[in-house]
Design a protein around this ligand. Structure first.
Ligand SMILES: [Fe+2]
Length: 279
């Protein structure tokens, strides 16, 4: 395994086959993920079963709310794609836009997300990551103290309503996604990092008595969190397996020309712990 660290977040890994890792090699990779927060492992060739088996080494897999984009026969894999075959979309063509952290609307949000790229556009479609621990550390101490006591409401219902092209939620989806409250300053359970656990206003609402002030403050914080010095872009190649720790990172998809280029990406989401407030 050869590892080369990025400028802000993450590392590129080459000369590694993830489906052939013994326990010691997996432990090294897990430590690298803890240290760098995001790993881009190049040139992988994985079957659905191999991808799922590798993801399970990090913990139990959560199935996505939108069951229409589950891979047939492999519900653990959520398919992101603009490809239509035989009149049927292979996956969700518009997934992951807007700064967020994965499955934040669950009581146990995603710890680790894994994306495996089979086809990628030759330009565009980068994934951006922002380090929420570095942005939190850069805030004045008085602002940090004020934020430590706050919580935010995370809502799949709000997220769904912000995507009018989706069909209405089914009773099962509604039952699975009650609104959830998480601390705004989250402590990583495995290291000393403390980060801002916030997404944009489409699905996350800072809980203050004054909603106008809540929105203003949340937007101010988001703008701070995604300043260039805290952000890294991943430029995709076919065969990339990218995994990241959602506890102290937020991320967003970026546009590509969906009319001209094909994109096919598999995703699995590893369930994490109930977020721990930093005090
Ligand atoms: Fe995401």
């Amino acid at each position: 395994m050869q590892l080369s660290a990025n400028r802000v977040i993450g590392a590129e890994i080459t000369r590694l086959d993830v489906h052939a890792l013994d326990d010691d090699a997996f432990a090294s990779l897990d430590q690298a993920l803890l240290r760098h927060q995001m790993l881009a492992i190049r040139e992988q060739r994985l079957t659905p079963d191999q991808f799922i088996a590798f993801a399970r080494r990090f913990g139990p897999i959560d199935l996505h709310v939108l069951d229409r984009y589950w891979m047939p026969g492999h519900p653990e894999i959520y398919v992101i794609s603009n490809i239509v075959e035989g009149g049927r979309p292979l996956g969700n063509p518009r997934e992951g836009f807007g700064w967020h952290t994965d499955l934040n609307y669950f009581a146990n949000p995603t710890a680790v997300t894994l994306l495996y790229a089979i086809e990628v556009p030759p330009e565009g479609g980068e994934t951006l990551f922002a380090d929420t621990a570095r942005s939190f550390a850069a805030l004045p101490a008085s602002r940090q103290a004020e934020l430590r006591g706050l919580r935010a409401c995370h809502s799949y219902r709000m997220l769904h309503e912000s995507r009018p092209w989706l069909p209405p939620m089914t009773p099962e989806q509604i039952a699975r996604t009650p609104d959830i409250h998480h601390p705004v300053v989250r402590r990583h359970p495995r290291c000393a990092r403390e980060g801002l656990y916030l997404c944009d206003w489409s699905n996350t609402r800072l809980e203050l008595a004054d909603e106008t002030e809540a929105r203003r403050l949340q937007e101010e914080l988001l703008a701070h969190m995604v300043r260039g010095e805290f952000v890294e872009a991943h430029r995709w190649r076919a065969g990339d397996l990218v995994l990241w720790d959602n506890r102290t990172l937020i991320h967003t998809a970026t546009e590509y020309d969906r009319e001209r280029h094909r994109r096919l990406v598999w995703r699995t989401s590893v369930r994490g712990e109930v977020p721990i407030a930093a005090h």
